[in-house]
Ligand binder design. Structure first.
Ligand SMILES: C[S@@+](CC[C@H](N)C(=O)[O-])C[C@H]1O[C@@H](n2cnc3c(N)ncnc32)[C@H](O)[C@@H]1O
Length: 341
């Protein structure tokens, strides 16, 4: 059962127990905290969090039980929350950014499921969304995430390095804009160097990089650099590193990743639609147009292997696409035209 606030609740067989609220407090300034986050903290009997996050909400927690934990005590925080909720308390577990992005939401559900919790067991769980570091850092530097992007954490505390390296390599090869979380700490200094090494295998040395430290906090610091100089920059535990894709540029101190309008419209000619393109329709190189082009290239004598290499896609995928007789529906719609905006 889900109520209007998005809370997962059950119809308890007995008297209701407590509630666990996983509260994303945003980047750290009160102005960037949502109203629901404030209300959830106000509603709570007990506040649990990493000491730094507790400090960020200090003016909202007067008169409440406050449990301060160290960075590494994530499971302890979740267990404490569960124990108190079982005793009928309303507990706010505070996370910076969003609790579901490298935050407390995952460990809490793991602890709950381990203890046999179900949505009907009487303990309500609510996740209160907050602006994650990538949202806050992007807003401060311009519009770097307006095309496909991904987040990768460089923390190898719980993830083996080969897993992280494979994700970095794949994201770099696929031209994603990438937000690197947990890029460096006093002890983990080499991970950012290795990330740079992997990215330089696929991206130009002058690819724009923005490093945002302590976004929307007292010691906020923004640095623009390039991929080849990234590892020399001042990066710490409170930094997020944004690496642009092959189209990202920096102009007037703003890092921008184009949305793709230039593929369809002549931006320097009053926005006229380019030849072969139609407003509200997929690009001529969109799925259906691309398949048509593949058929033409094959008919003109190009081999499947050559096409696979040119498009950097597996030959068996091209084969499957060409064998599929579904012609798809490509009718213009106002919804699609709106999606371009
Ligand atoms: C354990 S993760 C927590 C992420 C958080 N749940 C979120 O959604 O933003 C910690 C990492 O988040 C990033 N981060 C969190 N707050 C930040 C801020 N105010 N400015 C820059 N980066 C931040 C840093 O990369 C930091 O190493």
């Amino acid at each position: 059962m889900t109520d209007s606030s998005g809370a997962v609740s059950g119809a308890p067989a007995t008297a209701p127990l407590g509630k666990i609220m996983l509260v994303g407090i945003g980047p750290g300034s009160t102005e960037h905290m949502t109203q629901r986050a404030r209300d959830a903290i106000a509603e709570a009997d007990t506040i649990i969090g990493y000491v730094t996050y507790i400090k960020l909400v200090a003016d909202l927690i007067g008169g409440k039980e406050v449990i301060r934990k160290s960075m590494t005590e994530e499971l302890d925080r979740a267990i404490e929350a569960y124990e108190r909720a079982k005793a009928g308390k309303k507990v706010a577990l505070v996370s910076s950014g969003d609790a579901g992005v490298y935050g407390m939401a995952g460990p809490t559900y793991e602890v709950l499921f381990q203890a046999g919790w179900t949505p009907d067991s009487g303990i309500e769980v609510e996740i209160v969304p907050g602006a994650s570091a990538l949202n806050s850092c992007a807003a401060l530097v311009g519009a770097p995430l307006t095309h496909d992007f991904c987040a990768i954490s460089l923390s190898d505390l719980l993830t083996p390095w080969p897993v992280i390296a494979r994700r970095l390599d794949a994201a770099a090869a696929a031209d994603f804009v990438v937000a690197l979380y947990n890029p460096k700490s006093g002890r983990r200094t080499r991970q950012i160097v290795e990330a740079q090494r992997l990215f330089l295998r696929h991206r130009r040395a002058d690819t724009p990089v923005a490093i945002v430290k302590s976004a929307y906090r007292r010691r906020e610091r923004i640095e623009f650099t390039t991929l080849d100089r990234m590892a020399e920059a001042d990066i710490g535990m409170l930094s997020t590193v944004l690496i642009g894709n092959s189209n990202t540029f920096v102009r007037e101190g703003r890092m921008v990743t184009p949305r793709g309008y230039a593929n369809k419209y002549e931006l320097d000619n009053g926005g006229a639609t380019r030849e072969g393109e139609k407003r509200g329709r997929s690009l001529s190189t969109g799925l259906l147009g691309w398949i048509e082009g593949l058929r033409e290239d094959l008919a003109a004598g190009e081999s499947l292997a050559a096409l696979a290499e040119r498009h950097r896609l597996p030959a068996d995928y091209l084969e499957a696409v060409l064998a599929d007789t579904d012609t798809g529906e490509d009718t213009p719609s106002t919804e699609e035209a709106g999606a371009e905006a």
